[in-house]
Design a protein around this ligand. Structure first.
Ligand code: FES
Ligand code: FES
Length: 213
């Protein structure tokens, strides 16, 4: 069967040739893909953090939280769940509170970001920070920066001039105002359970702000 044998050899030859062709064309593509995978896409971004313009070239997948903590060393903002469930990463962007773990840094071109470091300093505490100290609004303190940034946002949401029913001490205030503040703060989890003291601190700050308005 020389004819059949020749035919088989011929088929092997064709298959071997095809495989070599596929390999020759596939290897460069695989190499290019591997190179692309090893070098993630980056982008320039510029935004203000606590009043200071910061320019960075970042992996486009970098969250605002990681940009603040890992690239700008602003570690006051905490990473709790990294999934938008605890509020530890809360910062203010253009005056509104957001979970920085859920937001890509490159989305904030031109924005004004305020972190806990921008609210006050150890020598010159923001009134809300001072209220948290006064009322022991924390135990381990891990959730505290997010609680304070969130509370600043909450009181702004309620109104520039804080409604009188919120300016009173929560103990004496109508139940609805207590509930409203607690509801608006419900995205900020405190694993130590310091909620009562946190609410008292916010109430005191709201009262002081209201009396100034
Ligand atoms: Fe962002 Fe928990 S770390 S919500
Ligand atoms: Fe510890 Fe809130 S003070 S988690």
């Amino acid at each position: 069967m020389p004819k059949s044998s020749a035919l088989q050899l011929s088929r092997r030859g064709v298959l071997a040739g095809s495989a070599a062709t596929v390999a020759a064309t596939a290897v460069p593509d695989a190499g290019a893909q591997a190179a692309a995978a090893a070098k993630p896409a980056t982008s320039e971004v510029s935004f203000k953090v606590n009043g200071r313009t910061r320019k960075m070239r970042l992996d486009t997948r970098t969250t605002l939280l990681d940009a603040l903590r890992d690239h700008l060393q602003l570690t006051g903002t905490k990473k709790g769940c990294d999934h938008g469930q605890c509020g530890a990463c809360t910062v203010l962007v253009n005056g509104e509170r957001i979970n920085s773990c859920l937001s890509l840094a490159v989305m904030h071109e031109g924005d004004a970001v305020t972190t806990i470091e921008g609210l006050g300093t150890p020598d010159d505490l923001h009134p809300l920070q001072a209220a948290f100290v006064k009322h022991d609004g924390y135990q381990c303190g891990y959730c505290t920066p997010g609680q304070i940034c969130s509370a600043v946002g909450v009181l702004d949401e309620i109104g520039k001039g804080i409604p009188s029913h919120v300016t009173d001490n929560l103990e004496a205030a109508p139940q609805t105002s207590n509930l409203e503040v607690r509801e608006r703060m419900s995205g900020n989890i405190c694993r130590c359970g310091a909620y009562s003291n946190i609410a008292e601190a916010i109430a005191e700050f709201a009262g002081a702000k209201g009396s100034r308005a």
